[in-house]
Design a protein around this ligand. Structure first.
Ligand code: NAP
Length: 286
């Protein structure tokens, strides 16, 4: 029976660590790290994520502001806000909450962000650094996934890692982080032929497809580390991409949904905000 990887407990430990480092930073500089979240429209899930992140920031001693723009906001207006926040010395991290309404281009927003304030690591500069193996600010969810895998103590060097999903937000950066840890990485996606032949090879299996019950017990190598990133709202709550009960019987470790990757994403956002503030006040790359 696989061990449950408790993302809430690990995230709580990291948040406490960040809180202590934030206090030290504030003592050094007489200013607290600060985060500006941009929320466009009235999608309840997005509003909830932003509220949770702002609350978590407050608990870590990080100042936070939320800029809530109406759903009809134009691309030009959104980019103007980004410009203003880029200019403000008292804002260290800028977080455009995804997904944006359909008429807005998220990449144009990340293209415009000051890379030193890009706490979700999605600007071309930060993506480029990650590809080069010289990471600066790294996307929060992939960082949280890596921390969960590390918490198992499983040797990543030489391990077979399979990532299901190739989005810029989750799949690709997760694959790059695992590669940097010297895993042998396969990235699967919706056109992959016979997904199970790949997943069955995985010592570490990360599933980020947004397809409930995509991964079943017969697709998992005995003893594998299984990280379920998926979040789908169904009646009765949120579900992941992995058939938890079945897969737990085969896996060595497995993350629950909720309570796995989600809380880690928030913890990594706080860590990145502190890192961004350090970059701006103490120097270093970018
Ligand atoms: P996305 O942009 O929709 O990407 C999904 C990826 O999965 C795509 O690469 C897609 O392939 C692939 N895919 C879809 N169906 C598949 C199938 N049947 N077999 C194999 N691959 C398949 O989503 P995302 O932003 O990466 O997010 C993925 C999931 O993670 C979502 O449920 C999202 O809500 C969740 N999420 C959770 C957190 C968290 O903090 N816990 C954070 C971010 C996202 P193609 O590229 O070929 O279309």
């Amino acid at each position: 029976m696989g061990e449950v990887l408790d993302g809430r407990a690990l995230a709580a430990r990291i948040r406490e660590e960040v809180r202590r480092e934030v206090e030290a930073f504030a003592a050094r500089h007489g200013i607290r790290p600060s985060l500006a979240a941009i929320l466009v429209g009235d999608e309840p899930a997005c509003a909830l994520y932003v509220r949770n992140k702002a609350r978590a920031a407050g608990q870590a001693g990080i100042r936070s502001e939320t800029f809530h723009l109406p759903a009809r906001t134009s691309q030009v207006e959104l980019l103007e806000l980004v410009d203003q926040l880029n200019e403000r010395e008292d804002v260290h991290g800028i977080l455009p909450q995804l997904p944006l309404p359909e008429h807005l281009d998220p990449q144009a927003v990340f293209d415009r962000l000051d890379p030193r304030k890009d706490v979700d690591g999605l600007s071309p500069y930060n993506v480029g650094r990650l590809v080069l193996g010289r990471p600066a600010l790294v996307p929060c969810t992939p960082l949280g996934i890596l921390e969960l895998v590390r918490a198992t103590g499983v040797e990543l060097k030489g391990a077979r890692a399979v990532v299901v999903g190739r989005s810029n937000l989750v799949g690709k950066p997760t694959a790059l982080l695992l590669l940097a840890e010297h895993a042998t990485v396969t990235v699967c996606h919706s056109r992959t032929r016979d997904l199970a032949t790949h997943t069955r090879e995985a010592d570490v299996l990360v599933v980020a497809a947004g397809r409930p019950h995509l991964v079943t017990a017969d697709m998992v190598k005995p003893g594998a580390v299984v990280v379920d990133v998926g979040i789908t709202r169904e009646e009765g709550g949120i579900v992941g991409d992995v058939d938890f009960a079945g897969v737990q019987a085969v896996a060595g470790w497995i993350t629950p949904v909720p309570g796995g990757v989600g809380p880690m994403t928030v913890a990594m956002l706080l860590r990145n905000t502190l890192q961004a503030a350090r970059l701006q006040l103490e120097g270093g790359a970018p």
